[in-house]
Design a protein around this ligand. Structure first.
Ligand SMILES: *[C@@H]1O[C@H](CO)[C@@H](O)[C@H](O)[C@H]1NC(C)=O
Ligand SMILES: *[C@@H]1O[C@H](CO)[C@@H](O)[C@H](O)[C@H]1NC(C)=O
Ligand SMILES: *[C@@H]1O[C@H](CO)[C@@H](O)[C@H](O)[C@H]1NC(C)=O
Ligand SMILES: *[C@@H]1O[C@H](CO)[C@@H](O)[C@H](O)[C@H]1NC(C)=O
Length: 525
């Protein structure tokens, strides 16, 4: 999750020009799609570009993997988006190439031969560690691949490695910065060299800086939407249960969701098509699979997807830009674009109890108790592990204060969670309150105004979507006046991914805001 304490996160700007790095602020780019000469032309390659190049024998998975490995070795020492590279990645690439040459049926899958990075809380049963960024889980042995990794392997995707994250998905300490973990250090947004936002920071940093083709993150409240916004990439926070959480180091089964973080809406949708669906190790996916349309999600990538869509605008809070007139103007232009492309904007709406959504302690009360139960269960299922409970994790941190920077960041959330004792009276009241806020707030507005989506700049809407289990898609939208990227988020009711994809793709095709960061490392180009 993102910092619950500070909705509008702090920015820290530090240009490491004295280190090896120059951040060129100008964002114009001369990047071409794959032209078949030189590895640099693979920057910004989409899944479709890659498949076309495979088909025309201009590219192999091995060469693609070598490109990302080179990007990682150049950029990751500073950006710290990648925590581990899979030692078997070239072997997997050669296998994919062989399958393609022999016309194996698997080679028709949309992610076949595509290198993907997984957030480090998503288990893989291979040489990679699964640690949520913490030394406490280093060398733990998972019983099996996560549900998501299983589906990705079946589709022939290449597991490139693990992405860094805000440690324990942001649920160890209120004070730890976005993008920081004990094992991964401080991740940086390649646009600002500042806070990448958490907790799926590494997934967003890595695709933004072309260190992977596509990636997967997880969200409990804002953890896909916020880093996607801050790193100018696309994130899909799915309806809870649409994607399996089995084998994901949890916060809350009620709010956790797994989703793609990619450079384009279509790339994200190709990933979604592979990872969505039933997994008998996460029974929530059985009920939720009824939302998955026949033929999958890619059919909703329609350039005129905005036509006829009813989009709600709630200006309170979400459109308060302070003195940032550039941000204000950019957002107003986007609203005009949505209108021009045929959407019906229903403006100046109100969400009942909006302030209470954000001031209420109900969410944290529920999450603290749910986390202790879910984490202890995850840890109990490991084949072997240095820790077997939340209490062990707290003790580990106390014993290793330097590794985990306990003196700087503490572990106050861990300690609060450890003090809970199941879902008692207090937690039940909190859950009932969240259900009431959702029913009378977001759901009531969506129904009464017959909205297809709520449109909000940046990721501040995340709590409303989180506590309701609702989906949201964030698409690159521009920059704050001081240079921080932001996205526009389209949020909807459960199972509304098809509509949200139409809207998000329509907006992306109309605006095409995304540009790669201009990072160059001296001496290695
Ligand atoms: C997993 O962690 C162990 C212990 O630090 C390390 O030796 C190993 O290289 C790690 N695996 C990968 C793929 O980095
Ligand atoms: C899922 O549901 C089935 C049938 O109701 C049950 O047998 C199984 O134990 C459940 N799995 C989990 C992981 O809860
Ligand atoms: C906007 O206000 C902030 C303080 O709220 C100030 O730091 C900043 O310089 C102002 N920017 C402009 C463009 O006036
Ligand atoms: C933002 O733009 C709108 C529409 O152009 C304008 O009415 C409003 O005053 C602006 N707000 C700020 C804070 O600049």
């Amino acid at each position: 999750m993102t910092s619950m304490a500070t909705k509008k996160s702090q920015l820290s700007f530090s240009l490491f020009s004295s280190l090896l790095l120059i951040l060129l602020a100008t964002l114009s780019s001369g990047v071409q799609a794959i032209k078949g000469h030189g590895l640099s032309s693979l920057r910004e390659a989409t899944v479709q570009d890659i498949h076309l190049a495979f088909k025309q024998n201009r590219l192999t998975s091995r060469r693609l993997v070598e490109f990302y490995l080179k990007q990682i070795s150049r950029l990751n020492p500073v950006l710290k988006g990648v925590l581990e590279v899979n030692p078997d990645v070239l072997f997997q690439a050669d296998k994919a190439d062989h399958e393609r040459y022999t016309h194996a049926p698997i080679s028709l899958s949309p992610l076949h031969g595509i290198p993907i990075l997984l957030k480090d809380n998503i288990a893989t049963k291979d040489k990679l560690n699964t640690t949520a960024g913490s030394y406490a889980l280093l060398r733990s042995v998972v019983p099996r691949d996560s549900g998501v990794a299983t589906k990705l392997r079946k589709a022939g995707a290449i597991i490139l490695g693990k992405a860094s994250l805000r440690e324990w998905s942001g649920f160890r300490s209120y004070n730890a910065p976005g993008g920081w973990s004990g094992r991964g250090g401080q991740g940086q947004s390649p646009y600002t060299m500042g806070d990448p936002c958490g907790s799926s920071s590494g997934s967003a940093i890595s695709v933004a800086a072309n260190m992977a083709a596509v990636s997967v993150g997880t969200e409990t409240d804002g953890s896909i939407l916020c880093p996607s916004s801050r790193n100018l990439v696309v994130g899909i926070k799915t309806t809870v249960g649409l994607t399996s959480r089995a084998g994901v180091i949890p916060i809350s089964p009620r709010q956790d969701s797994v989703g793609p973080i990619c450079r384009t809406v279509s790339d994200a949708v190709y990933v979604l098509d592979v990872i969505a669906g039933t997994d008998y190790n996460d029974n929530a996916t059985i009920e939720t699979s009824r939302y998955i349309p026949k033929g999958g999600y890619a059919q909703f990538l329609k350039a005129d997807g905005l036509r006829g869509k009813r989009l709600g605008i709630v200006r309170d809070v979400f459109y308060d830009f302070g003195n940032d007139t550039i941000l204000n103007r950019t957002v107003e232009q986007h609203l005009d674009t949505l209108r021009l492309r045929g959407a019906v904007l229903v403006d100046n709406l109100k969400i009942a109890n909006l302030a209470e959504y954000y001031s209420s302690s109900s969410e944290i009360t529920a999450l603290l108790a749910e986390f202790k139960i879910a984490l202890n269960e995850y840890l109990s299922e490991l084949v072997s592990s240095p820790i077997r409970s939340l209490a062990d994790a707290i003790a580990f941190n106390k014993k290793n204060p330097k590794l985990e920077r306990i003196d700087d960041y503490g572990q106050d959330i861990f300690i609060q969670a450890q003090a809970t004792n199941g879902i008692g009276k207090k937690e039940k009241a909190a859950l009932a309150n969240l259900a009431r806020l959702t029913r009378d707030g977001f759901l009531e507005l969506m129904k009464k105004k017959k909205l297809d989506a709520l449109v909000t700049p940046d990721s501040d809407v995340s709590t409303i979507l989180a506590v309701g289990g609702f989906p949201g898609i964030i698409v690159p939208a521009g920059f704050h006046s001081e240079g921080t990227p932001f996205g526009i988020c389209f949020g909807g009711v459960k199972g509304s991914e098809p509509k949200l994809i139409e809207i998000a793709y329509g907006f992306e095709q109309a605006t095409k805001i995304r540009k790669p960061p201009k990072i160059e490392v001296q001496g290695t180009l």
